[in-house]
Design a protein around this ligand. Structure first.
Ligand code: SAM
Length: 281
């Protein structure tokens, strides 16, 4: 039996569904995942949700320093066993959504990578928070539900295309690194997963565009899925119909189009017009 499984058994550990605890023990799979992160000794890593520390141990071999943040205090004695003696790993107890990550990673002055087998219940809020933050994140490598992975890489007109697709692609180059069937986790979840890699862009995709306004336009465009963009925008901005038509024309966008048909470039042109004509008015 592996060290991690033995430690969990010794602590009489009970998996908590509410905390999204589906662990990975398969060494071959863990090796593949860590390889996909492309992390080297030059890199520092924040691992969110180390669980029993199986991936953390492998990351500590490949990376410079690793901070492993988990919410479940019952895992602390387990991690003491599985990660004991690894000088480059620091285990921290805390809720990632309530932790000041900038403070936590203050020693990672040159930036850092995030690696996580994400608890599914916080995937969207956490991804949104990380992607919108000013943290010096170099990449996010995350195990997510296959459906979320499809959203992250979705293009206009794809079923999964949504504000999260646009935010992810605006801030990073997204790719699905590996599809991982449900059988690979203990306990087995109901759905399959994918390991995604988001390589953060070093320079903004649209340097002249205000990101907050851009995302406000995106959210407004998706307010009512089957409505035309013109009608959706009316829910997000208090402007006359004629004014909205003028914005769309100026941005070179057909007024009968629906929000989910717009590319990232279309949103950039439209948000620039709105920035000039509405926000700075
Ligand atoms: N990385 C381990 C593995 O692959 O075997 C465990 C992954 S498990 C899917 C998710 C982990 O995230 C659990 O250890 C759980 O306790 C932790 N977790 C859940 N919610 C969290 C939160 N809000 N903040 C930090 N960790 C959390």
């Amino acid at each position: 039996m592996s060290k991690a499984k033995q430690a969990l058994r010794d602590q009489d550990f009970r998996y908590k569904k509410g905390l999204g605890q589906n662990f990975i023990f398969d060494e071959g799979l863990l090796e593949q995942l860590v390889e996909k992160t492309e992390i080297t000794k030059e890199d520092d890593v924040l691992e969110i949700g180390p669980g029993s520390g199986t991936m953390t141990a492998m990351l500590s071999e490949k990376a410079g320093r690793v901070i492993a943040l988990d919410i479940d205090e019952k895992l602390l004695p387990v991690l003491k066993v599985t990660l004991g003696g690894r000088d480059n790993v620091k285990v921290v107890l805390g809720d990632v959504l309530k932790t000041n990550l900038s403070e936590l990673c203050t020693d990672f002055a040159g930036g850092f990578h995030i690696v996580t087998n994400l608890p599914y219940y916080i995937t969207t809020p956490l991804m949104t928070m990380l992607l919108s933050s000013n943290l010096r994140i170099k990449s996010i490598c995350a195990m997510v539900q296959a459906e979320v992975a499809d959203k992250l890489v979705a293009r206009p007109k794809d079923d999964g295309y949504c504000p999260l697709s646009i935010l992810a692609q605006l801030k990073s180059e997204v790719s699905i690194a590996l599809n991982v069937p449900a059988e690979c986790f203990t306990p087995k979840p109901k759905v399959d997963s994918s390991f995604v890699r988001l390589k953060m862009r070093e320079t903004p995709l649209y340097p002249d565009t205000d990101e907050k306004i851009y995302m406000r336009v995106v959210k407004a465009a998706f307010l009512a899925r089957r409505k035309t963009l013109l009608n959706s925008l009316r829910g997000g901005f208090t402007a006359e119909r004629g004014e909205l038509i003028e914005w769309l024309r100026e941005a070179g966008i057909d007024e009968m189009i629906r929000g989910e048909q717009l590319t990232l470039d279309d949103f950039a042109r439209l948000s620039k017009v709105i920035e000039n004509k509405y926000v700075k008015k």
